[in-house]
Design a protein around this ligand. Sequence first.
Ligand code: CTP
Length: 403
Amino acid sequence: MFEDKHITLTVSGSVAAYKAALLARDLQRAGAEVRVALTAGAAQFVTAETFAALTKAPVLTDETWWRANGQIDHIELADWTDLAIAAPASANLMAQLANGLADDAASATWLATAAPKVVVPAMNTHMWQAPATQRNRQQLVSDGVHVLTPATGQLAEGYAGQGRFLEPAEIVAQIGQLGLFVPQTLAGKHVIVTAGGTRERLDPVRFLTNDSSGKMGYAVATAARQAGADVTLITAPTKLSSPAGVTVVPIESTTDLAQAVLSRFPQADALVMAAAVADFQPEVVADQKIKKTTDNDEFILKLKKTPDILKEVATIKRPKQVTVGFAAETQNLLVNGAKKLHDKSLDLLAANDVSRSDIGFNGDDNQVTFIMADGVTDQTPKTSKTLIAQALIDRVAQLLATK
Ligand code: CTP
C-alpha cells in the first residue's frame, strides 16, 4: 500500500505512545520506509532507542536537533517525507500543529513538510471534546490535514469515552482508504456514478424500495475521485455521508434517476451504474394517503415497467464513452451477466451473486466477477468494497485509454 514511500511518524506525549512502535512496524509491513520525530513528552513514555532500532534510522528529538553536524535536521527530514503522520497526537501537539508553532523538533518538521498529512488523536475524552481541541481539529481539516476520529472505549483514566488511540492496523487501513498515492489515471475525465436503491412512491407516505445500502456506488465514486476524475454521484437516499470532492445529485425514483443520468451522460467520459434500480413502479401514484376502508380486505397494486436506463444510454452512447453496469444475480451469474452486458451495450459488467449472505447488498465486503465485452471474465477475491471499487476504476481507466 505504501511501497517505497517515506513516512515520517511524529509521536507525542500520550499513554498510547508505545502503540506508535507497533504502528511504525505495520507501516513498514505495508511497504513504507519510516522515520520518527519524537516530542519531549513522547520521550517520557517511550525511548528514541526503541524507534531507532525498529526503523533502523536516526530519531529526531529535541536533544539531537541543532547539533553542529552541518545539516538542518528538521528541513532534511521534512524534505525526505512523502507522508507525515502524527500518531498519537496529543491535545497539545494538535494545538501546535493547528497554529503553525515550530518551537520543538517535531512541530518544526511538521511545519516544514509540504507532503500530505494525517493526524491520529489520542487523549482524555474531556480534552478531546474541549472547544479548543475541536477548534484545532477544524483548523487542521481546513488546512487540508486528514484528522482521523479517535475510538470510543475504555480510557487509561479508568472510564469510557471518545479519545482512544485507534488500533495500528485500523490506522493503516484508514490511511490507505484516503487514496493519497493513487495514480491519477482519470485526470481530466468526467465520471458519473449512480448509487443506492430507488424509491417508487405509492402515495405521499409509502414507497417500494430494495435492500441496497449504496456502499458499492459510494466506494466507486470515491475511487474515481481519488484517481483524479471529476465525479458526479447520482444517489438514491442512503445513510452514507457524501464522499469528499464529489458533486452529489440526490434523486428518489427511477424516473428521476433516468432524467438525471440521460441529461448528464452526453458530457461524461464514463458511467458506472451501481444503483439498484426498481424494475417496476406503481401505475398510479395517489396524491393523498391511501386509506383502508371497512369494505376492502385486500389492496391490489398494479405496477408498470420502469425505463431501462442503461438501454436508453446505449442509444446515445458515443464510441469513446465507457459504460459499466452491475448485475445482481441469484443464479447463473456468468450467463445472465454476459447477456446483460450485451443487451445494454456495456464495456464492463460487475456481476454480483446476491444469494450469498456474506457479501453484497448491505455489507462492507463484496466479491464480483468482472465480465468484459470480449467475453473475458475475472473473479475478484472476497474483499472490501473499497478495493473492489479501486479494481473497477482501474479497468475503467484502461478502457478509456484504449478507446
Ligand atoms: N438498470 C438500469 N435500469 C433499470 C434497471 C437496471 O439501468 N430499469 C441497470 C442497473 O443499475 C445495473 C444493470 O442495469 O447496472 C443491471 O441491473 P439488474 O437489476 O441486475 O438487472 P435488470 O436489467 O433489472 O434485469 P433483472 O432484474 O431481470 O435481472
